[in-house]
Design a protein. Structure first.
Lengths: 459, 459, 459, 459
C-alpha cells in the first residue's frame, strides 16, 4: 500500500509516508494558488515584525524578504513552478524560498501557523475584492442614473403581478435599481469592515509564546484592528458567509433586472432592442436574436445561492477551533467573487447600448386601464369613500372591457352613467403625463420627484 | 364550478365571485394575523396624517381612530372574531372597523394600498423583533463573560481537527463565543437600520396623487427615514433576506456551541454535566440523560438555513414591482424570529447551570502531547530553525507514543538523546500554567490577556 | 430555578424535575399531533403482535386495543384533550390510554422505543400522502391531456430564450408538462417503495431482547418489507429527504408552468384569460385582475426548496444513531406535503377554466420570423450545407426587419435575390400548418405525433 | 464600443460583430470541453443516421465520420487547439472538422440544434459517470461488509444522543452504512434510467422537418428509449437535479461516517487509529496527527448541497423551452461527479487500513450503564409493566452514579433493595455478550443476525 510519498512539514511524527491518493485528495494548491501574492505580502510583514521584535536578526530578515521578493517576481512573471508535492500555497512558497535562501527559509514560519496564515491571506484577498465590487456597484448605479436622466420623460406601464397597474416614468424604474444597489453597496462596505481585521498572531489556535507585535503587523498591512481571540480567529468564517449573503442579495437584485430585460426584449413586450454586439443568435434558427447576457445573469444567481448554502453547511455544527473542513471555503468564495464581478461588469458594458423603444413603452402605458386608480382618486377627492370609488371604477372597467373601449375614450355622459359625481374636470386627468406628475408624494413617480432624486445623487 | 364566494374589496371589476378553493389557497390570514397590532398602529398614524393633510376631516379621523382602538382592544383581549372570508389581516381589520363605524371605515384606505401597508406592518414587526434579538444576544454574551470570570483558571485542551492541540483557558474558549456574538449583534443592528425606513405612501407602486405627508407618518411611527422610490418600496424584500442571513450566521455559531455541549456531555469527553432540569431521559433506556437542548439547537439551524433559501428562491427573477409570490415571505420570517429567540433564551437559561468538571478538563489538557509546541518553541528560542525544531519534537512524540510516556515524564538525559540543545530550563516549562501564560501574544490564551479582555467588556 | 415540572417517562434517573422552558423548547406535540391516528394504528398492530408472541396475555391485549380504539374515537371526534405536559404525541396517547385502562397501559411500550415508534408513524403517514400526491399528479396530467385534445389544432409560438422560435401546437406544449409530470410521478412512486418498510422492532437502536415478530407487524400494517438494520432504522431519514427532493423537482416543474401562466395572462402576451373565480383584484387599482394563483404556485417553490435544504442541513454530520435533531424533520415534511397537495389541487381546479385566446396565439405564432428555420431546411433539402443556408436566411431576416416585411409576404423574385436556389415550391411551405405538420420527427410537434401520443396515453 | 469580434454560426442576422466582453461572458468552452468525446460520439451516430436516411450521401457521411475520428484523436492525444473564438465545445469540434474536411463539415449540423446536441452530450456523460459511481458505491459497501466480517465479535457502545445507550456489535454498526449505501445505489440506478433516454432529434425545440430516424440513433448510442416531447427534451434538466439530490443524500450519509471517524480518532474516544499514510500533521504542532480525510469528506458535503441548490434555483420559474440559464447546469454537475467519486474512492482506500482498538471499544461498551435496558427487560419478563420497570432501573442507576458503582458490580442483595423481583438469574445477563446476543429481533444486533445478513449479501 503506502507508496512513496513526499516529505511533509510534519514528517517527524509519522512512521509512514503519505499515500498519494491522500495527497491528491487533501491538496488545496489547485485553487489556493490564487492567494500566492497575498501570502507573500503577509509573510514579508510577518518577517519584518519578527526582526523588529528581535526574533530574527536584521540579516536573517533581509535575506528572507529578498527571497520572498524573488518568489513574488517568479509568480508575477509566471515562472514559478508548482510541484505536485506542494500541499498548499503556503508550503509552495516556503519550499521555493528555502530553495533560494537555504534552511533559513524555515525560520519564516516562526510564531505562526498555517491556521492563522491562511485566514490572513483570505482576508487580504477579500478586502481588496470587496473594494473592487463596491466600485463596480457604484459604476452600475451611475449607469442607471444616467439612463434615468437620458430618458427623463418616457412613460412606461408600472406593473404589479405583471399586470399593467399605473403609468410610471422609465426613469423612476431605473432609480428603483439605483436604490437596491445602494443597499447592496452598504452591505458590502459593512462586511468589508468585518473582513478588515488582522488574524495573524493567533497561531494554530492559542496565540504564541514568542514576543510578537501583532499591532505592528496590522500597521504594515494596513489593518485598522487586530482580532481579539485566537480561537475565534482560526475557527470562524462568518465574514465569508456574510460576504456570500451580501453577494446573494445583490445577485437576486440583478436577477430581477435580468428577468425584466428578457421580458422587455421579447416580441410581446418589445420595449427594448438589445445591441447586436451583446446578443447572440441560434445555430439552427436564422432569425433569432437572443438575450443571452441577461439570461446568464439570471442563471448565475443559482451558483451564488449555492455557494452560500455550501459554506453555511460546511460550518454547521463544527466544534472549535480549526477543522480541515474549512479548506472548502475557498472555491465558493473565489467563484462568487468572479461571478459577481463578471455580472456587474457585463451589465455596466451593455446597459448604455440598449435601445429603449419609447413608442412601445408609452403605448403600453396607456393600455390595461392604467388610469383607473386616478379615476378612483378623483372620486375620493370629491368625497366618496375609497372603497365605494373603487367599486364604481371597477364597474366602468368591466363595461369598457365588454365594449372594447379605453377609459380615455369615454364621454362625460358615459362616465355619469356610473356615478353622478363624475364631471368635466375628470377628462384632463386622463393622460399619462397627468397621471405621472400628480403622483408627487415623496418617492412617487412624478417628474419633479425623479429630478430631485437625480440631483440629490449628483447626476 | 364557481360556488358562492364572498364579496371582495375588488369585486367591482369581476363578473364571477371567487372560487372557495382559490380563497383558501390565497388567504394569508392564518399567518399574517400576527401583524394585527402593527397593522392598527400603522393605520392610526396613517389616519392622523390624513386629518393633518385635510384629506379626512377631524371628525372622520377621530371616529376612525376610536374605531381602530376598539378593534385593537378586541384583538388584545382575544375577542376578535376572524372570518374565513377575511383575505388577510388588513381586510379583517378594515371589515371589523366598518362593522363598528359604518362606511366611513372605507375612507381609511385612502391614499394607500395593501402593497405598502403590508411592508409597513412587516417593518414595524421586524424592527421590534430585531431589538429583542439584540437584547437576547447581549444577555447570552454576558453569560459567556460571567462563565469566563467564574472559571478563570481552568485549563482545557484546545482542539484543532478535534485533536488535542495546545492547552487553553476554558475562559478563553467562552470568550471566543463572546466575540462571535459581537459580530452577530453588529450585523443585526446594521440590518435594523435598513429595516427602520417608512414604506407607507408608496401606494400600490407609484406613489399617490393625494397630498399626503410621509415624513409626518414617519415621525408618528418613529422611523428615522422615508423610502426614496415607490417601486423599490413595494417590490423588494432584501431587508428580510438580510435578516435571515444574519440569523443563519448566528444559528451557525450557536450550532457550533451546541455541538461542543453535546460532545462535552458524552461519557468520552465528560467535561460537563448538564443540569437535570435541562436534560431529558429515554422512554426505553433507564440510564440515559440526554443533551436534547443542544441537539435541538443544532438541529434548528436547518430550519433557519432553509428559510433563508426559501426567500432567496422566492425573489429570484421576479420582475418589478409587487408580485403575489411575496406573500410567501412571512412564514419563513416569523418562524426564524421565533426560532432564534427560542434558541437564545434557552441557552441563556441553561448555561449557568452547567457543571464544568475541572478535573477532567485539566487532565485532558495534559493528554495528547499538548505541550509539544512549547518544546518546539523552546528549541526555536535557542536558535534552531522552526522547521527543524518541529521535526525533532515530532520524533520525541513518536518515541513517547511507542514507550507510553508523556513529555512531562522525560528526564533531561532522555530529551538530550533527541537534541543536545535541550537543557534543564526546559522542564519548568512543561506545565499547563506555563503553557497557557506564556501565550501572551495579543488575543492569545494567557490569563493576563483573558482578564484584560474581561475588563474591557466590563465584567 | 427548576420550577415545578411534570413527571416524565424517564423520571426515575433524575433528581430534579424538568425546567418549564426546557419542556416548551423540546416538546413536539404542537406538530406531531398530526401523527395521532397513525400512532394508534401502529400501537394496535404492535399490541396484537405482543399477544401473538405471548408477551402480553390475550386479556391484556384486548383491554389495550379497546382502550386505544377509545382514544382514537376521542381524537376523531376532537374530544381528545392534549395536556401541556404531554411531551409528544406518543406520550399523549399513552397517558390517555393509562387514564382509561390503568397501569396496564404501561405494558404497551414493551419491546419498543419512541425511536422506532416515531419512524413508524412518519412512514405510515408519508406512504399514504405519497399515494395521495401521485393521484393528484395523475389528475393534473389528465387535465393537460384533455386540454391538448380540446385545443388540438391551435398553433402558438414555441420559444427559446423567450424569443419566438418556431410554431408549435399548443397541445404539444401541454404534453411537455405531461411528460415532466410522468417523471415526477415515477420518482414519487420509487420513493414510496423506500418509505414502505417497517421500522418497528428496531427498539431504541439495537433491537430488543423480547421475542417479537416483526414480520407479523409488517403484515398487519401492510408493509411489504422489514428494515434490515436497527441502527440504520432509527438513525436515518434519507427517505424523507428523497421525498423532499422529489417534491422540489415537482415544484420546479410547476413553477415553470406558473411562470408561463403569469406571462400569458399579461396584456403583452394576452394568450389566456384567467377565470374571474380564480383571479383576484387590487384593493387600490380598480381595473386589476391578477394571476395570484400562479404567482403563489411559483412562490411556494421557495418553501419546498427551503425545507429540502433544512433537512439536508439537519442530517449533515450527525453520528449514529438517533439524535434529537431529528425531531426537526416533521415540520418541513408536513408543510411540504400540504404545499404540494395544495398546489396540485388548485392547478387541477383552475386549468379547465382558463380561456385560451386562439387568435392571439396564432397571430403571435406567425410573428418573429418563426418560419425562418423552415426556409433554411428548404435550402438544405436542395443541397446547400446547413451553415450556409442559415447564413442566407439570416440575411433575408435582416432585410425584412429593415423593410418591415414578414417572410410570408416576399415574392419568389425577392427570395431569389438572396439565393438562386429559392423557387416557387417555397411559398406553400410558409404557413403555420405546414411548419407544424412537417415536424414529424419522433417527439416533434406535428399533429400526427401529438395525436399518436394522446392515443398512447389513453385520451 | 463593439470591437472586432469573431464570426459566429449565426452571423447572418447580425449587423454588428460580438463584443469581446460578451464573448467571454457567454462562452462555455472552459468547462464544456469536458464533453468533447461525447460530442463526437453523438455526432458520428447522428451522421450515420443521416446517411441511412439519405439526408447525406454515403460519401459525405464517410468523410464526416473520418474527419470526426481525426478530431477525436487530436483530443485524445491532447493535440487539439481550442481557440478563444470557439463559443462552446460543439462549435470547437465543428470548426476543427471544417478545417479538416472543408465546408462539408457544415452539413453535420443538419437536422439538429445545439439545444438537443448539448443534452445528448450531458446524458452520454452522466450515464457513464453514474455507472462509475454505482461501482464505487458497491466497492465501499464491500469494504463495510469485509470490516463487519473481520471484526465480527467486537462490541462497542451503541449511541443515541451521543450518549452510550446499549452495546452493539461493531459489525452491526458497519452494516448500518451498508444499508444506507444500498438505498443510495438504488437511487442512482433509478436516476440512471431517467438519464438514459435519447434527446437528439428534438431540434431546437419542435423537432425537425427532415426525415430523421431517432430510434436508429438511439440504437447506435445504446439508448433504450427516445424522448417523447421535443419541448420537454430541450427545456428540462430534472434528471440533473435528481442526480444532484441522490448525490446530496449519499454525501449526507458519508458525512455521518466522516463525523464518526473524526470522533473515534479523538483522544477522548480513542476507538480507532488512522493509518499514517492517510493522516496529516501540523506545520506548527509536532505531536498532531489529524483526520483530514474524514474532515474533508464531511466538508465536501457542503459543495454538493450547494450545487443542488444552485440548479434548483436556476430552473425555478423558467418558461419553456430552452433558456441560456441552462448553460449554468454543467459546472455544478461536473464538480458533483468529481467530488462524489473522489470521496468514495478515498474512503474505499482508507477504510481497510484503519486500526480498531478493540479494548477501548469494549471498555466503552460497558461504561455508561449500557446494560440498564437489559435489566428493565428482565423485570418486564417477570411481569412488571415496562414503565414501572424503567422507573426501578432509573433509581438503581442514580444510586450507582452516587456510589460510583457499575451495574455489574451490584450483588443480588443490593439489587433486591430496589425491587424484590430481582433474583440470581439476573447476574449472568449482565455481560456484553449476553446483551448483544439476546437482541435477536429481526434487524437487531445479535451475532446470529449479523452473520445471517453477511451471508445474505454474499460475504
Amino acid at each position: 500500500m503506502p507508496q512513496k510519498g513526499t516529505k511533509k512539514a510534519w514528517a517527524g511524527r509519522f512512521a509512514e509516508t503519505a499515500n498519494p491518493l491522500m495527497e491528491a485528495f487533501t491538496s488545496s494548491l489547485a485553487f489556493d494558488k490564487r492567494l500566492a501574492l497575498y501570502d507573500i505580502q503577509g509573510s514579508i510583514a510577518h518577517c519584518r515584525m519578527l526582526v523588529k521584535q528581535k526574533i530574527l536578526t536584521r540579516g536573517e530578515g533581509e535575506k528572507i524578504v529578498k527571497g520572498l521578493e524573488g518568489v513574488r517576481r517568479e509568480l508575477e512573471q509566471q515562472r514559478f513552478a508548482f510541484l505536485p508535492s506542494d500541499e498548499d500555497i503556503h508550503m509552495a512558497v516556503e519550499r521555493r524560498l528555502t530553495e533560494k535562501i537555504g534552511s533559513l527559509g524555515g525560520k519564516l514560519h516562526t510564531a505562526r501557523s498555517r491556521n492563522d496564515q491562511v485566514v490572513l491571506d483570505v482576508r487580504l484577498y477579500l478586502r481588496e475584492e470587496i473594494t473592487n465590487i463596491v466600485q463596480l456597484i457604484v459604476a452600475l448605479q451611475k449607469q442607471f442614473a444616467r439612463l434615468a436622466k437620458r430618458h427623463g420623460d418616457v412613460v412606461m406601464p408600472g406593473y404589479t403581478h405583471l399586470q399593467r397597474a399605473q403609468p410610471v416614468l422609465l426613469a423612476h424604474h431605473f432609480l428603483a435599481y439605483y436604490e437596491m444597489l445602494s443597499r447592496d453597496r452598504e452591505r458590502m462596505q459593512q462586511c468589508h469592515a468585518r473582513v478588515n481585521v488582522l488574524p495573524l498572531g493567533a497561531g494554530a489556535l492559542a496565540g504564541t509564546t514568542l514576543p510578537i507585535d501583532r499591532h505592528h503587523v496590522a500597521k504594515l498591512l494596513n489593518f485598522p484592528s487586530v482580532s481579539e481571540n485566537s480561537l475565534d480567529t482560526v475557527a470562524d468564517r462568518d465574514f465569508l458567509i456574510e460576504f456570500l449573503s451580501a453577494s446573494a442579495i445583490l445577485s437576486m437584485h440583478l436577477s430581477r433586472l435580468a428577468e425584466e430585460l428578457v421580458l422587455w426584449s421579447s416580441s410581446e413586450f418589445g420595449f427594448i432592442e438589445l445591441p447586436d454586439a451583446f446578443a447572440t443568435g441560434s445555430s439552427m434558427m436564422p432569425q433569432k436574436k437572443n438575450p443571452d447576457i441577461p439570461e446568464l445573469v439570471r442563471g448565475k444567481t443559482g451558483r451564488v445561492y449555492g455557494h452560500l448554502m455550501a459554506l453555511l453547511t460546511i460550518l454547521k455544527g463544527l466544534p472549535l477551533s480549526y477543522n480541515r473542513d474549512l479548506q472548502e471555503d475557498k472555491e465558493p468564495l473565489f467563484d462568487t467573487v468572479d461571478t459577481v464581478k463578471g455580472v456587474l461588469a457585463i451589465l455596466d458594458a451593455m446597459l448604455p447600448h440598449i435601445v429603449f423603444r419609447e413608442d412601445r413603452l408609452s403605448e403600453a402605458a396607456l393600455g390595461g386601464f392604467t388610469l383607473a386608480t386616478d379615476v378612483a382618486d378623483y372620486l375620493t377627492e370629491k368625497g366618496m369613500p375609497f372603497r365605494k370609488a373603487h367599486e364604481v371604477v371597477g364597474a366602468v372597467v368591466r363595461w369598457c372591457v365588454a365594449h372594447q373601449k379605453r377609459l380615455e375614450q369615454l364621454s362625460v355622459e358615459e362616465w355619469r352613467q356610473f356615478s353622478s359625481v363624475f364631471d368635466h374636470d375628470l377628462l384632463p386627468r386622463l393622460t399619462l403625463e397627468s397621471a405621472v406628475d400628480r403622483r408627487r408624494s415623496y418617492g412617487g413617480t412624478a417628474r419633479v420627484n425623479v429630478q430631485r432624486r437625480l440631483r440629490s445623487i449628483g447626476v
